[in-house]
Design a protein around this ligand. Structure first.
Ligand code: AMP
Length: 473
């Protein structure tokens, strides 16, 4: 029942992954621990690290933040020169250890560990096919389907097995796969989720975002290409193309909200592009005001860009409580509203008597904006003009970003004017789709959450398909 509810709500995963092959034979668990720290924003529900010493894979994983799951003792226990790590994101608050990754299995020739960021959309049918031919599943995660497929084809060699498995799965996947002797990174043919290659001294590593490379002192080599497999072993680095269709559709929402601002993805600085979105927003929706106030943290670069173009001063009118990252918030409307107050408080002396431009990156259900507009007015703001550095979110994401079903998305139910009224702002301006796309030199984006144009045919909303989460408790 719980699982049905979660599917209906469309609660999904967007995770962080990291992997390293240390050719100097150093222990890699601690490096992975630091890298996962840097990727914590991509997932706070569980964390895990698996290491290989060339013979055997050992792992430790658990529910909670990286610092809660790992301590000196279990890091010391994880010895090996190859490692893969994962942080998992879910908004339900349900803690199920069996959903934690990396998934580690033992098969005929050795061990495999797999970490996945993204969502498959044909996991249900593949799972049925595998079960019909005798496979036994321990979880309901789509990630387990991937590992079963790889093992099924393993007689052809690892790279061939990955290629054959990837031909079967559909959806978003950035993967790191570790065997006893090697590590592989794989990106889906649309390249929906980020994954980059880094170099630490002379050892290669993979990370969801380049911010993880900075923290461990590694250099960003490049983003992994859509449809590419990279293999790192004692023989060095090899790359393979398993899908040359070149139909890149990178998730534009990573740039808008999800990724860390200090990351560089596909040669684009997340911070700079968010600033540019703010500049374009100021050109599209100018307003006479006294102060630009960002919604911290994700609204900050866009607010700076808006301020730069409009000439209106920028100021911190809202202060974020840095310790509410992982409060157990009930997913209902009343508790969501308390959550906004827990997270953000108004600096009355900054906003009193002023015309405010409030800048945020997105409106999903409308809860945050409505509360913030009311809080600013209560604190004495004369006018509150809301500016959003992305178009209205109108459609759910099937590829790994947590967005609710269409009926909960305010942008799919109401016109901009009706949203303005519901939120109680004096004016509301969303960055146009053209404005958003003009911030990038390259194209090749998934903009499904804004316009319903998904790169892959998606299941009908509310229909039964597996998300990377399930529960029977
Ligand atoms: P809402 O209150 O539902 O309208 O959510 C909008 C706020 O949530 C904005 O401040 C966004 O920065 C933030 N946000 C956008 N997308 C997500 C997401 N996938 N998960 C968590 N927060 C998000």
């Amino acid at each position: 029942m719980e699982r049905e509810n979660q599917q209906y709500n469309g609660l999904k995963e967007a995770c962080g992954i990291f992997g390293i092959y240390d050719i100097n034979g150093h222990d890699t668990a601690r490096i992975t621990y630091y890298a996962l720290h840097a990727l914590q924003h991509r997932g706070q529900e569980s964390a895990g690290i698996a290491v290989s010493d060339g013979k055997k894979i050992n792992y430790h994983k658990g529910n909670g933040l990286v610092t809660e799951v790992f301590d000196e003792k279990n890091i010391l226990h994880l010895k090996g020169h190859i490692a893969v790590g994962h942080v998992r994101y879910s908004t339900t608050g349900l803690n199920q250890i069996y959903n934690a990754q990396p998934i580690v299995v033992r098969y005929k020739n050795g061990y495999l560990a797999l970490a996945h960021n993204g969502n498959l959309i044909n996991a249900d049918e593949l799972r049925k096919e595998l079960e019909d031919s005798g496979s036994i599943f321990q979880t309901s995660t789509d990630t387990e389907v991937i590992i079963h497929l790889i093992v099924k084809y393993i007689a052809n060699g690892m790279v061939e097995a990955i290629k054959m498995a990837m031909k079967k799965i559909k959806g978003a996947y950035s993967l790191i796969i570790m065997t006893n002797e090697a590590i592989y990174a794989v990106k889906d043919p649309n390249g929906l989720r980020p994954l980059c290659l880094g170099l630490m001294d002379d050892s290669y590593c993979f990370a969801s975002e380049s911010c993880a490379l900075d923290i461990i002192g590694a250099k960003l080599v490049r983003e992994i290409s859509p449809g590419e497999i990279i293999e790192i072993s004692k023989e060095g680095i090899k790359t393979y193309e398993y899908d040359g269709s070149k139909k890149e559709a990178f998730c534009i929402f990573e740039y808008i909200y999800f990724a860390r601002p200090d990351s560089v993805i596909r040669d684009v600085s997340v911070y700079s592009v968010r600033q540019e979105m703010g500049r374009r927003l100021a050109l599209e929706y100018p307003v006479d005001a006294d102060l630009i106030v960002p919604v911290p943290d994700s609204g900050i670069p866009a607010a700076l860009g808006y301020s730069e173009v409009s000439g209106i001063p920028y100021g911190e009118g809202l202060i974020k409580n840095k310790y509410v990252g992982r409060t157990f918030i009930q997913p209902d409307q009343i508790h969501r509203e308390i959550a906004v107050r827990l997270k953000l408080n108004v600096m009355s002396e900054m906003v009193k008597g002023k015309k405010i431009v409030l800048v945020d990156d997105s409106i999903v259900r409308g809860t945050t904006s409505k509360r913030l507009v009311a809080m600013l007015r209560n604190a004495g703001a004369k006018e509150v003009h809301l500016r959003i550095s992305a178009p209205p979110v109108k459609f759910p994401c099937y590829f790994g970003i947590d967005t609710p079903s269409k009926k909960e998305l305010i942008g799919s139910k109401a016109s901009v004017e009706d949203i303005r009224k519901m939120i109680g702002a004096d004016s509301l301006g969303y960055l146009s789709m053209e404005g958003l796309l003009s911030c990038f030199k390259d194209k090749g984006f998934c903009t499904g959450c804004f316009d319903g144009n998904y790169p892959i045919k998606v299941p009908e909303e509310g229909s039964k398909f597996i998300f990377d989460d399930f529960s029977t408790i």
